[in-house]
Design a protein around this ligand. Sequence first.
Ligand code: SF4
Ligand code: SF4
Length: 340
Amino acid sequence: MAKTELSERRLLPRAGERAAPAPTHLTLETSAACNLRCTMCSLEEFYAPKGLMTLETFERCAPLIPALQSIDFGTTGENLLNPRLMTMMARARAISPGLHMHLQTNATLLDAALAETLVECGLDVLIVSIDAARPETFARIRLGARLDDVIQAVERVAAARERARARRPALHVTYTLQAANLGELPDAVDLAARLGASRLNVNNVEVYSPETLPEALYLFPHPDLPGVEAETRARARANAIDLHLPLFHEEEIEPCRFLAPGVSWDGEVTPCAALSYRRRYFHRGEWRTAPQRSFGNVHREALLDIWNSAPYVAFRAHFEAGRFAPECHGCARRDGVICG
Ligand code: SF4
Ligand code: SF4
């Protein structure tokens, strides 16, 4: 039986079964490996082997695509390391012409050919991590990368888009804010605008190592923060950039905004990025260990069956009732200081 036929059948509940609506957003961890070693990255903290998603794993997820509104091709890791990524994106676009496709990258591998392909396959949003406005700071934080190379890569995509007379992909920039790059945030707004970005997502650094601890501005408020924040907002307004800032103090948000199924590179289905791997992190004055919460593996069950399984339905019921699940205890995302 063809996989799409299987999906069409399973999108309907079996007799006597109450199915939850299919998810509208999916995150695929196309790569759990990276070519950089950024100082604040959690990749080295993950207690799991790191790999690249195969086409077989992607195809196990593909039956859900017709029901989706949007898809993220990646969570952690550098997604352009996966040589199968463009095939996956082209296939997703062929299945669902209206699907909103997002791709996050450090842009260090984004050469001219890849830039053309991203435009051709109809990527909607390219999200590039730029954690400094000055080359020296960038090189100190994003070990193994150079700011100039990243700028040139973004310009290659803009040129490919021009040549194709295409409107997409839009460019979003992400900035992991820490003590080391706080002062450069307003200039990063200008840089993002120069590169043609429509949106700048600023996130606090999540603390995975003792070295990163003093970098977390929500744990150790910096006297310059209010002034930098005001200047950043002013520059964003002047540049018409859609600016997203995290909270700089812990304050519980409800409901969780980050709840959407994710499929890890090896097929595990997890409810959010925070629960995608078992890992150690610092929050609210102590070191904690977040569990991995997998509801199944797409190589053993259909993704929609996992979504509709009793444990996953029970997990989501906590949020539908306005509560957090027990697994969320201590999650920095529920405090609004970490986004995504
Ligand atoms: S580019 Fe991203 S995944 Fe790679 S080391 Fe840096 S923060 Fe981690
Ligand atoms: S609060 Fe944290 S652990 Fe719970 S669902 Fe949201 S992101 Fe995941």
